[in-house]
Design a protein around this ligand. Structure first.
Ligand code: SAH
Length: 445
């Protein structure tokens, strides 16, 4: 196989990143924007030892799953990968990905429960927009920090487009320079917006390479005219030469330091630095499933990687006790406050790295009936898994994961430490993107 050659390929699979896969000359060929069932003319772009990358030239026979793409920047923006196929087909792909990973990496062949999935329009409650050199808000391209301007993302609430437009206008009128990652020069880095689905409260946070926001009164006046639900305007200071979006310091320039939402009947105060599930509707369904698996009635529960306390607090009324662990201090402050405003007295929160907190709890002699873990993509360290299995020694572990590959690796390690996978449910918190969440139930053998 050579670069620039053209092939007619039948697409037989889809990668975890949403790219179609065909076969030619004994090689797998990855072709973005194709899907299972397509017969496509493909141009080879890059050839490796056992696989190659190709580009779709034309469709000879389109898959039955295809639909018309409705977004002008699909293909360019790094957000959605499935706008060209039906949501029905996307659900099947995601369900199967989770199953394949758990079988192949986790070494357990159990069929998943049906994926919990629903595709509410504009489901996200959070966006972080970088700006291009002309001061247009947008998103990064795939595997790149090239900015693709996007006026109105179809995953975001409509109001976010009005807010970004307002901020961009203000920046242009006031000659606010736009941050450039390559030179580490320029002032305005990102526009970060969050909206609480139940209360409609909105937070607007400008991430700046500086300490003070110039012409802030003008910005605040314009923002408050855009929507009366804007309850908090903040700046986040990030002067580091890094591609991490948020710095450590936030300052409120108008309104409250927080916005409040309601999740699973629990009031949740959110500061900009606290993690919060981006899809409220599906997060409630995910937490319901986690609760069913955790079976909290009368149990002592440890909630590792607890963020603002959301999962544990959703079970606190049934549980005997909840201990939440989280590394971000602002998130722990939110979690404590959230327990208080909801009248929850049986929850305690520790701000520490999961490994250190686990050892601290072991020293205190704490054990648990149920341990819930909801780690970031890299999963749980083998050290923490061993502490859970041999020191906390719970009957049940509920693992919520946004990466089924690291989840599967950890299922194997839990297996080596006496815990068996009983059941699992994929849950689509991120329709149209390549991501999928999974919640699993492990039991002590
Ligand atoms: N359970 C929460 C948050 C899940 S996201 C919810 O559903 O909303 C994962 C959380 O793990 C984040 O809040 C992140 O700050 C936290 N985290 C990341 N690394 C950690 C570590 N080493 N120790 C403890 N918490 C960590």
């Amino acid at each position: 196989m050579q670069k620039n050659e053209e092939y007619i390929l039948d697409i037989v699979d889809v990668t975890a990143e949403g790219s179609g896969v065909g076969r030619a000359d004994g090689m797998a060929v990855f072709v973005p924007l194709t899907t299972v069932g397509d017969r496509a003319k493909v141009k080879i772009l890059k050839v490796k030892k056992s696989y190659a990358y190709g580009k779709l030239i034309s469709l000879i026979k389109p898959s039955k799953s295809r639909i018309d793409n409705d977004c002008p920047v699909f293909n360019q923006c790094g957000g959605c990968v499935y706008r060209h196929i039906s949501y029905y087909a996307e659900k099947a792909i995601k369900q199967n990905k989770v199953y394949e990973n758990i079988k192949r990496i986790g070494g357990v062949d159990i069929k998943p429960q049906p994926i919990i999935a629903d595709y509410p329009d504009r489901y996200r409650n959070k966006a972080q927009y970088p700006l291009d050199e002309s001061g247009n808000a947008g998103f990064y391209a795939f595997h790149s920090h090239r900015i693709i301007p996007c006026e109105d993302c179809l995953l975001q609430p409509r109001i976010f487009a009005q807010i970004t437009e307002c901020v961009c206008d203000w920046a242009r009128k006031n000659d606010i320079s736009i941050y450039d990652e390559t030179t580490h020069k320029g002032f305005l880095r990102h526009i970060y917006i969050r909206k609480a689905q139940v209360t409609n409260e909105i937070m607007v946070c400008l991430v700046i390479n500086g300490d003070i926001l110039p012409e802030s009164d003008m910005l605040i006046d314009s923002l408050l005219k855009v929507d009366g639900n804007i309850k908090s305007v903040q700046i986040n200071i990030n002067k580091k030469d890094t591609n991490v979006i948020l710095g450590d310091i936030c300052k409120t320039i108008c309104g409250e330091d927080y916005i409040t939402d309601v999740l699973c009947g629990v009031k949740i105060r959110l500061s900009p630095l606290s993690f919060y599930q981006v899809n409220h509707t599906m997060a409630e369904k995910l937490y319901d499933k986690a609760k069913e698996y955790a079976n909290p009635k009368g149990k002592n529960i440890i909630d590792l990687y607890c963020g603002a306390g959301t999962i544990g607090l959703s079970m606190a009324k049934d549980a005997k006790s909840i201990i939440g662990v989280e590394i971000i201090p602002e998130a722990i402050e939110d979690a404590k406050y959230n327990a208080e405003i909801n009248g929850i007295k049986n929850a305690r929160f520790i701000c520490a790295d999961a490994t250190d907190a686990a050892y601290q709890l072991v020293r205190e002699g704490v054990t648990a009936d149920t341990v819930i873990v909801d780690p970031p993509r890299k999963g749980v360290s083998a050290e923490v898994i061993k502490t859970i299995a041999h020191d906390f020694h719970p009957q049940t572990v509920v693992y919520v994961s946004c990466d089924s590959a690291t989840l599967s690796r950890d299922i194997k390690i839990f297996g080596e430490n006496g815990y068996r996978l009983k059941e699992y449910t994929p849950c689509d918190l991120f329709p149209r993107t390549a991501h999928v969440e999974t919640v699993i139930l492990l039991s002590r053998a």
